[in-house]
Design a protein around this ligand. Structure first.
Ligand code: ATP
Ligand code: MG
Length: 281
């Protein structure tokens, strides 16, 4: 049928309001007809969103982000993992120890606060530092995790935000032959706690980083986590000799994929959304 369809501005607004464009009428015979259908849709959706926001704000409930953080913490505590909190600001030297020097792609994504310090783009440098001390103190099997903000300059908006929340868990001192299985077991525990039903693993062998294990979710196979195991080429500069497994999950990616979304915006730390509900409606 040859008719009029939505204008670009209308499409943008309908998307903004989370209206499924596939399920709306798309052909109109006059601009007046189109505009009145648009206004009707917009009005109805604004009402729905207002009600959702009001229901949330008066429910006394936690946001899904906050609930997920609590659920993951509890689950990991029960598995014998202790939660640690380390600084947001890290040194250029710590990054260099991760081989993230000027020629590394991640280097250009780092937010520098001065010559020698930056906002952490990952938790690994701090966790490596803890691993070194735990290893030196000969504590046997050690399990710990951190959940906190990381920062990267990003250009792809759909799956990246410049501030995101990483959950990074580490288990040290396990038998070498158990590492792969244990890493998968831990990944499944986190994925299930986050409510993921459709997820799988992608294994890669890298000369520099050894074997890495990614967790991907949904039909688009969006990466939600990356894991590694030691002994690892990075261990030497940190002075680590123990075996270990570790994995870093993006909390916003877990929220986004568990909610069936393919875009991260609603789940980012943001002033535009509360619990995934848009405020600028
Ligand atoms: P990608 O290839 O998707 O950019 P990455 O491999 O660079 O991710 P890692 O360094 O492996 O990311 O970080 C571990 C996890 O942290 C990722 O699997 C992802 O869930 C999350 N993550 C990394 N960067 C971002 C970002 N900019 N925004 C949201 N989540 C992120
Ligand atoms: Mg990765």
């Amino acid at each position: 049928m040859n008719g009029l369809t939505w204008t670009d501005t209308q499409v943008r607004r309908l998307r903004e309001l989370d209206i499924d464009l596939e399920n709306t009428v798309k052909n109109f015979s006059t601009p007046q007809e189109r505009n009145s259908v648009f206004q009707e849709l917009e009005k109805k959706q604004v009402r729905i969103e207002r009600e959702r926001l009001s229901a949330f704000l008066t429910s006394g409930k936690k946001t899904r982000r906050s609930q997920l953080m609590d659920d993951l913490s509890l689950m990991l505590n029960r598995q014998g993992f202790a939660r640690v909190t380390t600084p947001l600001v890290i040194s250029r030297a710590a990054l260099a120890k991760m081989t993230i020097g000027e020629d590394h792609p991640l280097f250009r994504q780092v937010y520098w606060i001065n010559e020698k310090q930056c906002l952490r783009p990952m938790l690994a440098p701090n966790l490596y530092s803890l691993m070194k001390d735990f290893g030196r103190l000969n504590l046997g099997t050690i399990r710990f995790f951190e959940m906190g903000s990381c920062f990267r300059r990003e250009s792809d908006g759909a799956k990246h935000t410049s501030e995101f929340t990483m959950l990074n868990l580490v288990e040290m001192g396990l038998p070498r032959e158990n590492r792969q299985e244990r890493l998968e077991e831990l990944a499944v525990l986190v994925a299930k706690t986050a409510g993921l039903t459709d997820f799988g693993f992608e294994r890669e062998d890298s000369k520099v980083y050894g074997t890495t294990l990614d967790v991907v979710a949904g039909p688009e196979k969006i990466e939600v986590a990356s894991g590694a195991m030691g002994p690892h080429p990075l261990d030497e500069p940190w002075g680590i000799n123990d075996t270990w497994v570790g994995m870093g999950f993006g909390l916003e990616r877990l929220l986004m994929t568990s909610q069936g979304d393919t875009s991260i915006g609603k789940w980012a730390t943001s002033l535009a959304y509360v619990d995934g509900i848009r405020l600028k409606i």
